[in-house]
Design a protein around this ligand. Sequence first.
Ligand code: GLU
Length: 464
Amino acid sequence: MKVITRFPPSPTGHLHVGGARTALFNWLFARHYHGKFILRIEDTDRLRSKQEYVEGIIEGLKWLGLHWDEGPYYQSQRMEIYKRHIERLLAEGKAYYCYCTPEELEKKRKEAMAKGQKPRYDGTCRNRNLPPKPGAVIRFKSNLVGETAVNDLIHGPIIFNNSELDDWIIQRSDGTPTYNFVVVVDDATMGITHVIRGDDHINNTPKQIQLYEALGYAPPAFAHVPMILGPDKTKLSKRHGAASVLEYREMGFLPEALINFLARLGWSYGDQEIFSLQELIEKFDISRIGKSAAVFNQEKLLWLNAHYIKQTPNEKLAELLKPFLERKGYPSTSTDYIIKVIQTLKTRAKTLLEMAEMADFYFLEEPIYDSKAVQKFLVPQIKPALKEMLHTIKGMSALDEAQLEQAFKRIVEKYALKPRNFAQAIRVTLTGRTVSPGLFEVMTVLGKEKVTKRFERILEKIKE
Ligand code: GLU
C-alpha cells in the first residue's frame, strides 16, 4: 500500500502531548508501510504564528526521533499555489466573490440565533456573479443538497447532511486563504494518502471532501483519533500536569518512554504496555486505534520512564545525565565516576532529574545534612563504633564491598548495636540523609578519601 502521511502543526504554541501523539501515529503508519512522512508548518495565521514555536516543534520532533522525509514546508511560502487553485475554482464557477459586509453578516447571524437556527451564510452573493473587488471575500460554492460521507478509518462511515453546510470563505478580505482551503490544496498536491488527526477536526472533513471533489482531486483516507482526557475526564490541559514535549525533556524523561507512552494513548496491542520503537513500527495499524478517548496517566509515564532508565546502558545515561548535573551546579567529575554513580541509582530514579537530585552527595564536597537525621542517628553512643569503622577503612588499601560489610558486622557485634542504627549513622555521615543506595556500594563509589573525610568531619561534631 502506498502511504504518505503528514504532520501539519500550527506554530501558535508548543508541541504538546496531543500534537506529539498525532505526529507519532502518522510517523508510525508511514514507517510501517515504508511510506513517507511530511512535515508542514501551517503558519497562515501570521499574527499568532511564531518562529520560536516552529523551532520548538522541530526540536521536539527531533528529540522524539520522529524524522520526516520531506519538508518542513511552510504554508506562508505556498501562496502562489493557493492562488492558482482559487482562480481555477472561480473560473469554473465553483467559487465566487462576496461583498457582504461583516456588519450585515453579524446582523443575519444574530437573527438566525434568535430564531434558534444555526448561523449559516444565506447565499446572498452566490448567484450575483460579482467581479473582484478589494476587500471582498471569496466563498466556496458548497453542495447544499444530499449528503457527504466521511468513511473514517476509526469511526466508520459518518454521514453529514449537506444542508448543514454553507458557502464558506476560502479567501479572506485581506486576500489570505483560510485553513480548510489550504489544508486541502496542500494534502492534495503533496499526495497525502492518509490524514490521521484529532477528532476535533471531524466537522471540517465534509467541507474538505467537497473541496477535493470540486478541485478534481481524490480525497485521502481519514482517521480521526479520539482526544486525550485528563484523569478527571475533561480535555487534557496544563492543569492536569501535561507539559510540552521539551518540558518533558527538561523534567528528565527519556524519549523512548514518551514515545511508548504516547503510542499507548488511544492505540493498543492486546495488553502489552512496553514497546520498542521497532516493535511499534511493526505492530502499528490504524485498525487498533480505539474509538473512545484516551486518559492521560502521569504515573504510567513515570513507570515507563523508570523502565527505560533501567534499560539504558550506563555510558549513554551518563551523557544524558550530565546536563542535569551541570544545572544542579555540582562540580564536574570524570565520566567514569558518573557511570559508577548511575549504577547505584538507576533502579531508584524515575527521571534523570530525580537521579541528579538523589546523586547530590556523590558530587558535593560536603553532603547536605538532614538535621533531623543527624539528631536521631549521630548520637554520642555511636561515636566509638564510627571511630572504629573509620580506623578500619583507613587500614584498607582500597574500598571493597565485601570487606566493608565484614567490618560493619564485626563492629555491630563488638558494640552490641542494632545493625540498622549503625547503618543509618554511617548513611547520614556519608549522604546526609536516611535513604540512599546500599551503604557499601555508596562507600566504594565515593572512595576512601571522601569517605574518610566525611567520617572525620562528623566525628569532630559528635559530642562524647
Ligand atoms: N494545523 C492544524 C492543527 O494544528 C492541522 C489540522 C489537520 O491535521 O488537518 O490542528
